[in-house]
Design a protein around this ligand. Structure first.
Ligand SMILES: Cc1cc2nc3c(=O)[nH]c(=O)nc-3n(C[C@H](O)[C@H](O)[C@H](O)COP(=O)(O)O)c2cc1C
Length: 212
């Protein structure tokens, strides 16, 4: 190894030095591009700040790959003790979507979504004891990820509430033949947007208290 470096150094001339400097610059640029902290952050922040609830859809289908991406985004959410106590029911059957729309008008399922995704708590995977209700936080985080992913993909979606209204929860459990331990949190119709609602500026400094 030492011999190699001695020979290398002895044969080193100005032109080699130039090449080495160019190579180093290229390597540093590539490394910097690879990390992309600035552009990635801006893209994510932009998605968060421009998401809106979309309630009217064109009726166009979306691909299985798109649905797969939405579900992967949902399951990337944090969960208490990493329990991931969730299950996702994906309804693409038009008759079933219509049935959801008829029974739950506020679910917007009559407005021609491509599918309805129902994020559920899987109570068999939830923390035992008094912390069991953490599943609601976990599935809520997954639902928000799903909404953000839909927006990032140019799709529209809206969170429509079921839980804690147990009448709605039980109605959906019956309709989708879910077992007792699978508790639907909400219905998220997803599709190609047929409306472009205004982005709401909800920032309110009064909501913030710094403890410095
Ligand atoms: C827990 C929860 C329940 C909601 N339920 C409904 C619903 O039943 N129907 C509906 O159209 N939108 C529903 N929404 C969407 C809200 O109305 C919407 O997020 C809010 O008006 C803010 O608008 P934005 O999402 O466009 O920022 C719900 C949202 C949350 C978080």
């Amino acid at each position: 190894m030492c011999d190699f470096f001695c020979t290398f150094a002895a044969n080193f001339n100005k032109s080699d030095m130039k090449k080495l400097l160019i190579l180093a610059c290229v390597a540093i640029t590539l490394l910097a591009c690879n990390q992309q902290p600035q552009s990635m952050e801006n893209q994510a922040i932009n998605t968060i700040m421009t998401r809106v609830s979309v309630r009217e859809f064109t009726g166009e289908k979306i691909s299985d790959a798109q649905i797969d991406t939405l579900l992967r985004a949902a399951m990337a959410a944090p969960s208490a003790i990493n329990k991931q106590p969730w299950a996702f029911i994906v309804v693409t059957d038009e008759a079933k979507i219509a049935q959801l729309g008829d029974s739950l008008p506020y679910s917007r399922c009559s407005n021609h979504p491509a599918c309805a995704i129902i994020p559920c708590g899987d109570l068999s995977k939830a923390i035992e004891g008094e912390m069991a209700a953490f599943w609601i936080n976990d599935v809520s985080a997954a639902t928000e990820n799903l909404l953000l992913a839909a927006h990032a993909m140019g799709l529209g979606a809206v969170w429509t509430g079921l839980h804690p209204d147990m009448n709605r929860v039980k109605m959906v459990q019956r309709m989708l033949e879910l077992p007792e331990h699978i508790v639907p949190l909400c219905v998220v119709p997803v599709g190609v947007p047929a409306e472009q609602p205004e982005v709401k500026d909800k920032y309110n400094p009064d909501n913030i208290r710094y403890i410095r």
